[in-house]
Design a protein around this ligand. Sequence first.
Ligand SMILES: [Zn+2]
Length: 192
Amino acid sequence: MTEAEVLTIFRRSGALLEGHFRLSSGLHSPGYLQCALVLQHPREAEALGAALGGLVRALGAQTVMSPALGGVVIGQEVGRALNVRAIFAERADGTLTLRRGFTLDPGERVLIVEDVVTTGGSTRETIDVARAAGAIVVGACAIVDRSGGKQGLDVPFHSLLPMDVKAYQENECPLCQQGIPVVKPGSRTPKS
Ligand SMILES: [Zn+2]
C-alpha cells in the first residue's frame, strides 16, 4: 500500500480533516487525523492491518500488543494479518498495565502496534510493560508517524504514512491571519 493510497483511505473516511483546527496542545493546524474514523470501517481496518503486517512480518513477532484505546483496533488487524494473538495494555490508576488475564511469557517475541505515533511516549510505555513481563520487543509500528523521525525508539519502527502536518502558535497562525474560523476537532460532524 503506497502513502497515497493510505491518504486516500483517510480522506474517504473523513479522517483527514483539512481546515483550521485548535489542537489539544493549543496550537493551530491546517490538518487533523482521526484514525478512529477510518478504523470504524472493518474493510479499511483490515486492509491497513494487512499492509502494516507486510512491513513487519520479517520481525517474527509471536504476539501483537497495543496501548488502549487508540491501538486496539489496528492491533487486532495486524494480529489477524500475522496470524498471532493481539493483546492490549490499558491504564489503571494512570499506569499502563496488562489486565483481563493477558500475559506474556519470558522470551516471547512481541510487536507493539499503534494508530498514530507523535512523541513516541505511549509506544515507549507499552514497550516497558512488555519488557517488564520478560518479553522481547522485536519492533513497533503505526499507521501514521507524526514524529518527524524523532520518536526515539530503541527497536525497529515502521509506519504506513509519515506525516508532517504543520502547527502554529495562535499569534503566528496564517489561517487566523486570513480570518478563517478555527474549530476544535470533533466539535462538529466532519465532512468526507
Ligand atoms: Zn489559527
